[in-house]
Design a protein around this ligand. Sequence first.
Ligand code: SF4
Ligand code: SF4
Length: 268
Amino acid sequence: MLEKKKILPVLVTNGRKLSNINFFRKIVNAGISDITISLKAFDAVSYDKFLPGAGEKVFSEIKTAVQNAKIIGVGVNISVTLFRETINSIDNLKNILMELNPNSISIDMGNPIVDQNGVKAIDLLNPIELAKTVEKIHLKLKDTDLNYSFYLTIPLCLIDNGVLNDLFERGRVLTTCHVAKGSGLVFTHDGHVILCNHFTSKPIGQFGVDFSNVQELHGFWVTEQMEKLRSCCSCYPHNKCKECDMWDKCGGGCFLKWFHWNPEEFIR
Ligand code: SF4
Ligand code: SF4
């Protein structure tokens, strides 16, 4: 049905189940060939912190999953999110990426999460720490054959100019997000619309209440209320941004960061 509607399903997974090549084949045969494996740690010992006692097994399953992708002949993207632990694991990150050698690698900045209890930024690096980590990772990876890119949701002015220019020249950067532009819709499993997956418990609309079909969804998406919400999400975090010629590329970084950190202390 999805194929007929030209909707392409994408699988984002921890990769463990894909270590079973028969299961992997079934998924591919069912039409899912856009696969991202999210890497939570860069060695077995670090995986042990997430799943005590299972680090070796999990790490080996991920390696097998990537091998299976190569045997089956589908591409796989490895996704890495930068957390506090990453600062001391950059060599391990490089080693595992070289070993896996996936088709592509996306490196995301950890951003805060909003839930019923407020804003959570557990183990996240602050925007300056993220900028320095990006610089270090790029210096480690730039002379390899790895196909990596950074999704820079931090103020671009925090990154060393030479490194930033090099990243853009090599096409290794994605910036800004769909939220302020209204260019993407995110649904939860129970039909709620959320701004992005960092707002799972803060729905902004609901199927059956705010809309029940495509036309109504479109009408809901362009209401004054939605436009105002998007406009709030695209506010300048700092006076300097108003005059900055990088605003369109940068957007001041993920606006969620400024729920937790004070932009005055970071944007220069
Ligand atoms: S738009 Fe703002 S945050 Fe982005 S580079 Fe310019 S001054 Fe920095
Ligand atoms: S607001 Fe945008 S940049 Fe921030 S977490 Fe959500 S999608 Fe990512």
